[in-house]
Design a protein. Sequence first.
Length: 119
Amino acid sequence: MASRNYSAFSKILSYQLLIILVITAGFGFAGGWQQALSSALGGMAAFVPNLYFALRIVKSSGQPARKMVNSFYAGESGKLLLTAALFIMIFRVPNIEILPLLVGYITALSVFWFALLMR
């Protein structure tokens, strides 16, 4: 079971990195380095918390159900707090551009929707 969870998480995280790179490159070519940076930071604000959550879930795999559920809730809470903290740090970056930031964030999150459709 742990290897299947790891495989699913690694695929989703890999696709997230790929879409972040594609969107960042697109903004870089179309709008310059500032838009590329904003897009990359938005993507990382989605990717890093998801990585944290995935590591928590994989680590708890094979434990009793109650511990797995507790780990799930703790991972989700940590993910939300980490996302908030990352956005607070991102908004301190000078000259951040909101549209590329949100596009990077939303496209990285959209990987989950497409993963559900592909299953």
